[in-house]
Design a protein around this ligand. Sequence first.
Ligand SMILES: [Zn+2]
Length: 145
Amino acid sequence: MITRNGFLKGLFISHVVYLGFLCTDAIGIVSSPKINSQEELEMILTERRKLAGIEKEVVILAKIDKYGNEIDHPLSAKLGDKKYGILLGPEWGRNVNTLDHELYHIADGHCDAEMEVNNRFLRFLQYFYLHEPQAILYSTYGIKL
Ligand SMILES: [Zn+2]
């Protein structure tokens, strides 16, 4: 029988391990080639979206936020039917690893799924425990689940 303290201890340890795994994303980001311009981003996007398995008819608008005015971290979002956007920050996340990470969110339907969950807390749980680790597994280790 699991005691309350044993459960809490297990929960704490599992979260420390999980947070350690999430931090491995930083290793991939630091060692990844930097994307130097919007033109380079467009070229790399054409190649990397194929590797992620995104269909040709899906439109992806990708942009480097040069001045960091719009966001301070990279993101991907659904913009419409078969239309998605990726925004990379001016420094953090302006690399191939992060582009792959955001492409995986699109390829695996994470952007669509998150729009269907109205409750912000449930959406956070879905993002933090399901979608984010999957995207990190792909961008850092090349594993598609
Ligand atoms: Zn992510």
